[in-house]
Design a protein around this ligand. Sequence first.
Ligand SMILES: N[C@@H](CCC(=O)N[C@@H](CS)C(=O)NCC(=O)O)C(=O)O
Length: 282
Amino acid sequence: MWGRANRSVCLLGQFKLIQTMKQEIPDRHRFLNHQTVLTHLQIHTYIHVPMKQLVSSSMTTMSEGEWILLDFMPSMFGSRVRIALEEKGINYEYREEDLPQKSALLLRTNPVHEKIPVLIHNGQPICESLNILEYIDDVHSTPHPLLPSDAYGKARARFWADFIDKKLQVSGMKVAWYKSKQELEEGKKEVMDCLELLEEELGQQPYFGGEAFGYLDVVLGGFCSWFYAYEAFGNISIGKNCPNVMAWAKRCMDRPSFSKSLMEPEKLIDFVVNTRKKGGLD
Ligand SMILES: N[C@@H](CCC(=O)N[C@@H](CS)C(=O)NCC(=O)O)C(=O)O
């Protein structure tokens, strides 16, 4: 069976509201063939484009076409992909997944993890949100690249992105989905520790990369509405110890790419309250 091993870090995976039998993935071969067929089709299309035109418009050609996002609205991982697509001005089709009953398309396009977000560009699936952000940046460098152009800047941005996913996200899960008072207390402390480190990294700059909005702003941007949920459930004030991070979040949330992409904080808090109730946590 595919994807059994990697199910620990997920938004809803902590408590299964509805236990559904996971489907076997009998059609992994079909998935691979599907990719192969598309590749052949694309090659076929390309050889009919005159070489001069192909070279001059190669950047545009790569980013054009059909973009489909398999997603789940409260997800910080999905949110960051939506923000990136909006920042780049890419039109895409949003498809909300029912996570307890994942679509056949999700299971087929992400057979390893069976998780959202999956971005499907011209039939080719890209999985894992950080990987998706880099793909978007690679094929659509306009209006400006998200990742810094220098090697050190890139390495630093990727380090903090990894920290956000391995530390902040995991600690935040404890605050939102705690099963005991002890877990909540632990989560609160860890969230604040993580944010204090990010406060130092941000310093007085408007954005993590400096004056310009970039990659790390997108990565952490997916958490902006969750900050309010952490405050509500943890009874903490992020702005008290991390005023720059909170001001950064507000600055980002004023951007159209954020208002179009993020679930509003009040709705997200309602979602957590209701899901906790349904899951018997409260
Ligand atoms: N590392 C992944 C994490 C994605 C993830 O955890 N997605 C969750 C929703 S937030 C999911 O699809 N969970 C379904 C499951 O675990 O069954 C990424 O960055 O894309």
